[in-house]
Write a protein that binds this ligand. Sequence first.
Ligand SMILES: [Zn+2]
Length: 119
Amino acid sequence: MDRPSPFEAGLTGRCPKCGEGPMFSGVLAIAPRCEMCGTSFDNADVGDGAVVFALFIVGFLAVVLLMLMQVAFGVPWWVHLIVQVPFIFGVSIAILRPLKGLLFALQFHHQAEEARLDD
Ligand SMILES: [Zn+2]
């Protein structure tokens, strides 16, 4: 059984070992194990890593959109509110799951885990 690339498995939300079973048990919850190959997902934990990356990406895009709207069209403040709030929520929701999947698959691929003492 060939392992899928962590990018392929992570971005599609598939098991990083077999590439078949789903990685998620909910919208953003990592499943306890792969339904297809039984691999445990317990030792990889991405924590808030995906949220930090999403925050940086969405924040940058929101500021670019805000500046474009203000400089190009000079829109009033309430138009920013009407455009920015759905934009920020929509892009955040759209990129969080692939980002979390990618970080999880990269952790799994590189066997990254918490540091511990040898004894
Ligand atoms: Zn699997």
